[in-house]
Design a protein around this ligand. Structure first.
Ligand code: UDP
Ligand code: MN
Length: 262
């Protein structure tokens, strides 16, 4: 129908699919009334795909190499943008009128269905360069035209940061001056590095966080959590995330695993 709306995420491998499961569980737990969709690539094992099917309304298989010629050609020129292209596939979900894309390393702490009142392209500022939006959470309108425009831009200009965020900011370059309606609060995409780069602000506003985004190389699934003793064993590497959020992530992961077993 015309007013179909969905949260959309992406997992191109089994490890990111763990993040996708937690995201879905976090949205369900807070009573979302929207559909929840995951885009997957053939690298994801059938077993994992079946698990995803118990948590998501839909598991949509996307394969960049099987898509339109435009995508195919661009991919041949710039193979390093493969994962980037896969994220752009979210614009092909034209059976939906509006969607909210969320990275697989995000987790909702409350109901965020009100995001569907926003228009394309709404997003929160990036903590590293606030004139740009962070592409981990954004409101968009599926459109074949936009998809083709994005991959053609990827082909002609490439992405200045090698990822989807650079390209999306080039395409939606009016975002920073388009006014408050397109600017989501940082609380909808709280990149946890903000907790140490501006810790007084986190102390003051952190409790209102609506979505945590575990940016960086070290993701929650790289750590291990001893539930019985409430001890988190942090993996080595760059990127510090709040322990309380990582523990929350693990509790949701356990919940989603229970759901899969049922
Ligand atoms: N992603 C994926 N497989 C990968 C890398 C990324 O599925 O190998 C997807 C996943 O949804 C992820 C998003 O692309 O959340 C963006 O990557 P990431 O979150 O690692 O980037 P960061 O937010 O740390 O900049
Ligand atoms: Mn991310």
């Amino acid at each position: 129908g015309k007013d179909r709306e969905a949260f959309v995420t992406l997992a191109t491998n089994n490890s990111y699919s763990q993040g996708a499961m937690v995201l879905a569980q976090s949205l369900r737990r807070h009573g979302t009334l929207k559909e929840i969709v995951v885009l997957v690539t053939p690298q994801i094992s059938l077993d994992v795909r079946h698990k995803l099917e118990t948590l998501f309304d839909r598991v949509v298989l996307v394969d960049v190499m099987d898509s339109e010629d435009e995508a195919h050609l661009s991919l041949l020129n710039r193979p390093e943008l493969g994962v980037t292209f896969t994220k752009f596939h979210c614009w092909n979900l034209t059976e939906y009128n509006k969607c909210v894309f969320m990275d697989a390393d995000t987790m909702a702490l409350t109901n965020i269905d009100e995001l569907f009142n926003r228009e394309e392209l709404s997003a929160a500022p990036d903590a590293g360069w606030p004139d740009m939006f962070n592409s981990g959470v954004f409101v968009y309108k599926p459109s074949r035209e936009t998809y083709l425009a994005l991959i053609s831009l990827a082909d002609s200009e490439g992405s200045f940061d090698g990822g989807d965020q650079g390209l999306l900011n080039t395409y939606f370059n009016k975002w920073s001056t388009s006014g408050p309606s397109k600017r989501l609060s940082f609380l909808y995409n709280m990149h946890s590095t903000a907790t140490y780069t501006y810790s007084p602000a986190f102390a003051r506003f952190g409790k209102d966080t609506k979505v945590v985004h575990f940016i960086g190389a070290v993701k929650p699934w790289h750590h291990t959590y001893d539930f019985a003793n409430d001890v988190l064993h942090q993996a080595e590497g760059p990127g510090i995330h709040e322990e309380v959020f990582i523990k929350q992530w693990w509790r949701l992961f356990a919940e989603s695993a229970d759901k899969i077993r049922e």
